[in-house]
Write a protein that binds this ligand. Structure first.
Ligand SMILES: Cc1cc2nc3c(=O)[nH]c(=O)nc-3n(C[C@H](O)[C@H](O)[C@H](O)COP(=O)(O)O)c2cc1C
Length: 373
């Protein structure tokens, strides 16, 4: 099919929960390490997020915000959502996005074992994460320490942190939250058998390993308003283990999707961070996980990974593999991607040079200035 003559399916209006969206292009959550030392979002962040709304994206999922001040923080200058000052700071972003006609959901994240901030990281089990701390993010670098197992009491506190953060997000005006159970962070550490050697209720069977995520989703749903969209982000790969696949393939995926659906998730977002959609969002045998998620749950499913490519996005949407497509890196150089696609223009190609002065917004501005200068 000629993509020039038929409107791209990602430009059709869509709906997530009760949220009417002008199109199916979503900005993927991207940590930019640009908040204050205390995790308070800045006015630069408000302008950065508003730019995507001005550029036509139907939905923005804002970068992972930490959910408590004790164990959850991943990076230095990461925004939080656990104090009134955090919520107040975020409100400027929410208002700016809404004023530009966009919708915005906040991702809620707990680092667990992969914190680069916490002195004694806590996790499901004492398993040292593979790989090294992420460069470009601080303050710590090097190998991850062996984490301390969370006590039952700390698990309850972790849950309460997510729920309180969701309430703050709702009060700040966000249209919903995305519970981060992907890429090797805390909730994914519970889901993954190699990092979870606990017994019931949060270890052992797959049902037990996804339980904490489900309880968090259900509790957020119970305390937030009817129109507030609470979804979940899942992934096979981890930030430091790009070749990780769910052991049981489609069988495991079915259990996971059914569980989050039953818990009340309003959408499922599958991350495909490093090698792209066709690698990470399929089983080793090549079966589509996003299609399975759609078929089993009937929920809106957001696909991710290199989907700035209009033909790939069109192909997977036409094949029933996605309702929405989220765009990460490419959105940084194409904050107006939906408008470009509508006009039949080719998106600017992303290069990691964008991060040559750091992943922060200030770093990107410096890179941009060097391009012009
Ligand atoms: C700078 C940067 C920061 C990211 N931060 C997050 C994050 O906070 N939460 C998350 O779930 N994924 C995060 N990701 C992953 C992206 O959401 C996305 O899954 C990934 O970039 C693949 O999509 P793309 O091919 O469109 O870039 C980040 C990616 C980048 C490049």
């Amino acid at each position: 099919m000629n993509s020039q003559t038929t409107q791209h399916p990602a430009l059709d209006a869509g709906k997530i929960h009760n949220l009417a969206l002008r199109n199916r292009y979503v900005v993927a959550p991207m940590s930019r390490a640009s908040a204050g030392e205390d995790g308070v979002p800045t006015s630069e962040m408000a302008a950065y997020y508003a730019r995507f709304a001005q550029g036509g994206y139907g939905l923005i999922i804002a970068e992972g915000a930490y959910t408590d001040t004790i164990l959850a923080q991943s990076y230095g200058n990461q925004p939080g959502m656990c104090t009134d000052a955090h919520a107040h700071g975020w409100k400027a972003t929410v208002d700016a996005v809404h004023a530009a006609g966009g919708k915005i959901i906040l991702q809620l994240i707990h680092a667990g074992a992969v914190s680069q901030v916490v002195d004694t990281p806590h996790a499901p089990s004492p398993v040292r994460p593979d790989g090294m701390m992420l460069q470009g993010y601080g303050p710590k670098q090097g190998a991850y320490p062996v984490p301390v197992p969370l006590s039952d009491h700390q698990i309850a506190e972790t849950k309460a942190g997510f729920v309180m953060a969701a309430l703050r997000a709702e009060r700040a005006g966000f249209d919903g939250v995305e519970v981060h159970c992907a890429n090797g962070y805390l909730l994914d550490q519970f889901l993954t058998p190699e990092t979870n050697s606990r017994t019931a209720p949060y270890g052992g069977s797959l049902q037990n390993r996804i339980r904490l995520t489900c309880e968090i989703i259900a509790e957020i749903r119970a305390v937030t308003g009817q129109d507030f969209a609470t979804g979940v982000r899942l992934s096979q790969a981890k930030a430091t283990q790009p070749d990780y696949f769910w052991q049981g393939g489609l069988k495991d995926a079915a259990v996971i999707f059914d569980a989050v659906h039953l818990a009340g998730a309003a959408f499922i977002h599958l991350a495909s961070e490093i090698k792209g959609y066709t690698y990470h969002s399929r089983t080793k045998q090549g079966e589509s996980l996003t299609k399975l998620a759609r078929m089993r749950t009937g929920l809106p499913v957001i696909a991710n990974g290199g989907l700035q490519d209009p033909q790939l996005a069109r192909d997977i949407m036409s094949a029933g593999e996605a309702d929405f497509v989220s765009v990460g890196k490419s959105a940084l150089v194409n904050p107006d991607l939906p408008q470009k696609i509508a006009a039949g223009q080719t998106p600017v190609e992303f290069s990691f040079d964008v991060f040559s002065h750091g992943v922060s917004l200030a770093g990107q501005a410096q890179w941009q200035a060097a391009q012009i200068g």
